[in-house]
Design a protein around this ligand. Structure first.
Ligand SMILES: NC(=O)c1ccc[n+]([C@@H]2O[C@H](COP(=O)([O-])OP(=O)(O)OC[C@H]3O[C@@H](n4cnc5c(N)ncnc54)[C@H](O)[C@@H]3O)[C@@H](O)[C@H]2O)c1
Length: 326
């Protein structure tokens, strides 16, 4: 599918940068919609020439007219919606969180509604935060959501429900994807960014404490981006919600991978006892069945690629370590 025109909201964020990289590599036209005009996460994984291929609109997702105009003026026919704020912001300011995460998502669906059928499907980021506290160690399937413990999770669930109503009322198809702990170059904010920060700390020889332990579902950023793009370019009708799954391991297993690659980091990285209040494994059989398979980079390979990228940035004096102090 060449010459598709993609609007990627939140594309100056972590997952967005990976989505943009892979869309451009596949030859698509990309319009970035983000409140933040700084392409620093794109720069960590792409050359300036590659970045220059994408158009940038600096605007607020809570501004419905700005979203509709972005679609109309750029002949958009695909939307990947990632703009949003994470758990700490939603906890500190639920009103702002609801405006950005819920109203912002409604604005994206309204823009599709106003597009005279040009936008057939929206792919948007939901989250494993819709699941709340784990019941047992078994992988959870899509229909086990509920009992979430954060406003962030409640807002994501609300988006999934709104998406279903937009299909019933307006025939707009959608795919909501639920990642859990995404890692890789560019991950620098939120509690589950700690394993990626530990990789960076090891590269610069610093100590680092990962604020959660136990097991979690680690998904490499490139695989996450591919799932978004495949969902956007596959003919799926209806309002779908899919779990994403990478590799479920103990957080301490990531530390072991880091120490294998950087033996001098032994003892520098510590891990908290308590796990995060989310299931440790997501069952992704539904998306595998719908899309005919999704890429699964092993944890060992993902950690290796992340560390190699950080080492390259360090050698070029471009490794930003400000996130290690947050
Ligand atoms: N990273 C993960 O592990 C993870 C897991 C589950 C779900 N998600 C979801 O995936 C999406 C992307 O996550 P991420 O890790 O890339 O987040 P991120 O914080 O790195 O990126 C979010 C982007 O949204 C932009 N944004 C925020 N408010 C905006 C507004 N009002 N208008 C326009 N743009 C705005 C930010 O500037 C940022 O570039 C989010 O919706 C997030 O909730 C992420």
């Amino acid at each position: 599918m060449l010459n598709a025109n993609f609007l990627v909201t939140g594309a100056h964020g972590f997952i967005g940068a990976w989505v943009v990289k892979r869309l451009l590599a596949e030859g698509h036209n990309v319009t970035i919609f983000d409140l933040n005009s700084n392409p620093q996460r794109l720069r960590q994984i792409m050359s300036d020439d590659e970045i220059a291929q994408a158009k940038v609109i600096e605007a607020d997702i809570t501004d419905g007219n700005a979203v509709t105009q972005a679609v109309e003026q750029n002949d958009i026919n695909h939307i990947i919606h990632l703009a949003g704020v994470q758990v700490p912001v939603c906890r500190a300011n639920p009103r702002l969180g609801a405006m950005i995460n819920v109203v912002g998502t409604v604005n994206v669906f309204e823009a599709a509604k106003n597009s005279d059928g040009q936008i057939q499907r929206i792919v948007y980021a939901s989250s494993a935060a819709v699941f709340g506290e784990p019941e047992d160690g078994n992988p959870v399937s899509e229909n086990q959501s509920g009992r979430m413990t954060t406003h962030y999770g409640a807002f994501k669930q609300c988006n999934e429900d709104n998406a279903r109503v937009y299909f019933l009322d307006n025939g707009i198809s959608s795919v909501g994807l639920r990642p859990l702990t995404v890692y890789g170059p560019g991950r620098d904010f939120g509690m589950t960014s700690d394993p990626t920060k530990a990789m960076k700390a090891a590269v610069v020889g610093r100590s680092f404490h990962i604020r959660f332990g136990g097991e979690t579902d680690f998904l490499f950023a490139a695989d996450c981006a591919d799932a978004f793009i495949r969902s956007a370019t596959t003919e799926l009708s209806g309002a779908h919600v899919f779990n994403l799954h990478g590799e479920t391991v103990r957080v301490s297993a990531v530390v072991e991978e880091i120490e294998k690659l950087i033996p001098s980091a032994k003892g520098l990285i510590t891990v908290a006892e308590d796990g995060i209040k989310m299931p440790s494994a997501l069952d992704d059989s539904a998306i595998v069945a719908a899309l005919g398979g999704v890429p699964h980079t092993s944890l060992a390979q993902g950690v290796k690629e992340t560390i190699e990228r950080f080492q390259l940035l360090k050698n070029e004096n471009r490794l930003d370590t400000a996130d290690l102090d947050q």
